[in-house]
Design a protein around this ligand. Sequence first.
Ligand code: NAD
Length: 292
Amino acid sequence: MSQLIDGKAAAARVLAEVKAEVERLHAQDVEPALAVVLVGDDPASHVYVRNKVLRAGEVGIRSLEYRLPAEASADEVLEVVAALNADPAVHGILVQLPLPKHIDEVRVLEAIDPGKDVDGFHSENVGGLSQGRNVLTPCTPAGCMRLLHDTLGDLSGKHAVVVGRSNIVGKPMAALLLAANCSISVVHSRSVEPEKLCRLADIVIAAVGRPRLIDAGWIKPGAVVIDVGINRIEEDGRSRLVGDVDFAAVQQVTAAITPVPGGVGPMTIAMLMHNTVLAARQQTGQAIQEAR
Ligand code: NAD
């Protein structure tokens, strides 16, 4: 019987740790603060920002919201980022993606002070991650690592296959698994017969954005599967969320698997709060000493 990896429970544990750390910082007169910059009126982005602000409040992190209209220029967004970089009372800065098409996302992300880059997308943090340094790390892959450590303990020597090579999930995921001493393979849209490589894996991370692409034929019996995908589909006359993994079929062969929803999703916001506290600690002179 496959173990169901409970992302809600794991996220609650991370948030409890964060809350305790926030209380320690408050006792030292440090009030961790997260600034969220939202440009335009993408409905999904508004929901994500609302959830992040709510979660911050629950753990005692002060949040500041900066909303700019869809027509805002890149310079206006950069001005907000510069002001937040300069404000010592702000420890974390998150620019909600996607930005409107006329704004160069890379230029905006590169303008964020790397020490306040709680999404971990600045090239300095990306480079630091690939060198195995303790830097702010993208939230979704960091959340997946927590789930894997909770499930398997030490990951040394495991063969992990990451399906997908995005900058946000696939690539940082591969870097984190490598840092945890896994052997890694990354398969993507140009891979030839990715299912053959996947079938060799002890750990499969699915981050593709294709509903139920990965079926039982991709999975070695006894593997652990982490499904990052969030896909909205119409089925049996109703709308529902499914992952990149065909859960019902794959669950028959795995040792452990995350559900969608209730798996990786809750971990992403929890790790954002974790990163905000790390950033606050670092900016107030307490080095990041995280075990991965
Ligand atoms: P993306 O579109 O940027 O990247 C998808 C990757 O999948 C690409 O690298 C592509 O090469 C690869 N791919 C496409 N078709 C493939 C195929 N047939 N076989 C193998 N690889 C293939 O997507 P992303 O931003 O990495 O997101 C992936 C999924 O994860 C989406 O469903 C997204 O909604 C979800 N997501 C969830 C969270 C969360 O908090 N749970 C966070 C970020 C993304």
